[in-house]
Design a protein around this ligand. Structure first.
Ligand code: ADP
Ligand code: MG
Length: 402
C-alpha cells in the first residue's frame, strides 16, 4: 500500500482531526447497532495513547445542510464516552470557540464534533468549509472507509489542507485486503461470486472482475437477465430488459478471456414475491429451461448450490458480493447459505483469502453464521462497490503518499 497510515505518523502533542463513519442505524433515538463505534475504537485508542489531541468527527444520516436534531451525533458521542471516558461535545464544528478548544486539549485528550452534514459545505465539498475544518488540526486521519467514495469536504478536501494525512486502522485494513489481496498479487484461482437484485447495480463490478478473475459465479435476481440473454424463458423473474446487451457483452468477454462464467442450472420458483418479505410461500425447484410462465425465480436451485460450492472450494481468493436469492425469507435463503458455507470452508481448508463486500452480503454472512469464518467483511457498501469497480476513491486518493 502506497498511502501513509496511522503507523507512519508521529502524533505526540499534535492536533489530530479523525474522520469516522458513525452512520449507525438509529431506532427511536437508540443506536440499534454499535458495530461502527466498536470498529473505530482501535484507531481512537491508538491516537490517544500516542499523545494526540484528538478531534473526532463524522457525518450522520442525510440532514442536507440543515440542523436537524434527529440526525444529531449526541447519542453516538454518549456511547463513545462509555468506552473511552468523558469528552466535550461541540455543536458547531467550525466555530472560533471550537478551534480554540482544540488548541487547549492536553495530549491524549479528545473532543467530539456535531454532524458535519449540518453544514451545506460538507456535501457540496466547499473549499471554505474544508479549510475551516482543517484549521482544527495539524494532522488528518481518515478511518471512514464507508464514506471514501464520496466527494465531500471532510473526506476529499480537508486532508489536502492539513499538514499531514493518513489512513486509520479500518481504512488501512480495507485497502490492504481489497487493494492488495484482490487487485495486487492475487492467489489463484480467484473466484468472484456476484449476486443481488440488479445487474444495473453491479455492471461496473462485473465488467472489472471478469478481466481479473479465473471464474465468475452469477446468482441472485441478476442471473435472470443473463439467462434471458442466453435465450431461456424466465417467467416472471426479475429482468432488466435494457441490460440484456450488457449481459451478452459480459458473456462474450468471459469467453474471450478464458474466464469461467457460471450461471444457475436450476432455480427455486414461486408464484409471488413474498410480501411481507418473510411470508412462507410455496415453491418448486426447476431446471432453468422449465421455469413456468407464471412463476418467478427467487433463489438458486439445489443442483446449482452444489456446482457453485464445488467451484468456490477450489478457490485461493474469493470475493462474494450479493446474495444468491431472497435470503431475507427462510424459504429462499438456502442458496446464499450454501455459498456462505463454501466460502468459509475454502478459507479454512484451502487457505483462501475470502472477502465479503456489500451491505446485504455482510448481513447474509452474519445470518449464515460465517462472519468469523471469512477473512474480511468490508465495512463499506457503496465504497466497496466503487473499489471493486476499479474506481479511485476520492477519500483515499487525497491522503499523503508514503
Ligand atoms: P449487496 O448489498 O450485498 O451488494 P444487493 O443490494 O445487490 O446486495 O442485493 C440484495 C438483495 O437482492 C436482497 O434484498 C435480496 O432479497 C435480493 N435478491 C436476491 N435474489 C433475488 C431474486 N431472485 N429476485 C429478487 N430479488 C432478489
Ligand atoms: Mg444492498
Amino acid at each position: 500500500m502506497n498511502k501513509k497510515t496511522i503507523e507512519d505518523i508521529d502524533f505526540l502533542g499534535k492536533r489530530v482531526l479523525a474522520r469516522f463513519d458513525f452512520n449507525a442505524p438509529l431506532i427511536d433515538g437508540v443506536i440499534a447497532d454499535r458495530t461502527r463505534i466498536v470498529t473505530a475504537l482501535p484507531t481512537i485508542k491508538y491516537l490517544l495513547e500516542k499523545g494526540a489531541k484528538l478531534i473526532i468527527c463524522s457525518h450522520f444520516g442525510r440532514p442536507k445542510g440543515k440542523i436537524m436534531q434527529e440526525y444529531s451525533l449526541k447519542p453516538i458521542h454518549k456511547m463513545l464516552c462509555d468506552y473511552i471516558g468523558d469528552m466535550p461535545f461541540f455543536n458547531e464544528a467550525i466555530a472560533k470557540d471550537t478551534v480554540e478548544a482544540s488548541h487547549k486539549l492536553k495530549n491524549g485528550e479528545a473532543m467530539f464534533l456535531e454532524n458535519l452534514r449540518f453544514y451545506k459545505g460538507e456535501e457540496s465539498s466547499c473549499d471554505d468549509f474544508s479549510q475551516k475544518l482543517a484549521d482544527l488540526c495539524d494532522i488528518y486521519i481518515n478511518d471512514a472507509f464507508g464514506a471514501c467514495h464520496r466527494n465531500h469536504a471532510s473526506i476529499a478536501k480537508t486532508p489536502k489542507y492539513a499538514k499531514e494525512s493518513g489512513a486509520g486502522f479500518v481504512l488501512k485494513k480495507e485497502l490492504e485486503v481489497l487493494g492488495d489481496s484482490l487487485f495486487g498479487d492475487v492467489a489463484r484461482p480467484f473466484v468472484a461470486i456476484i449476486g443481488g437484485s440488479k445487474v444495473s447495480d453491479k455492471i461496473g463490478v462485473l465488467k472489472n472482475l471478469i478481466k481479473k478473475t479465473d471464474a465468475v459465479i452469477v446468482g441472485g435476481g441478476m442471473a435472470f437477465t443473463f439467462l434471458k440473454a442466453l435465450g431461456h424463458s424466465v417467467g416472471k423473474s426479475l429482468i432488466e430488459e435494457d441490460k440484456l446487451d450488457i449481459a451478452v457483452e459480459v458473456i462474450k468477454t468471459a469467453k474471450q478471456k478464458g474466464v469461467k462464467l457460471l450461471l444457475p442450472v436450476d432455480v427455486k420458483v414461486a408464484k409471488e414475491f413474498p410480501n411481507p418479505i418473510d411470508k412462507l410461500v410455496e415453491f418448486d425447484n426447476v431446471l432453468i429451461d422449465q421455469i413456468p410462465k407464471d412463476m418467478m425465480g427467487l433463489d438458486i436451485g439445489v443442483g446449482t448450490e452444489a456446482i457453485f460450492a464445488y467451484e468456490i472450494k477450489k478457490a485461493k481468493t474469493v470475493l462474494w458480493n450479493g446474495p444468491m436469492g431472497v435470503f431475507e425469507n427462510p424459504v429462499f435463503d438456502k442458496g446464499t447459505y450454501a455459498v456462505a458455507m463454501a466460502v468459509a470452508e475454502t478459507t479454512e481448508n484451502n487457505g483462501a483469502i475470502s472477502v465479503v463486500g456489500g451491505g446485504d452480503s455482510a448481513s447474509a454472512a452474519v445470518q449464515c453464521g460465517v462472519a468469523s469464518r471469512v477473512s474480511h467483511i468490508s465495512t463499506g457498501g457503496g465504497a466497496s462497490l466503487a473499489f471493486l469497480e476499479g474506481k479511485v476513491l476520492p477519500g483515499v486518493a487525497c491522503l499523503d503518499d508514503k
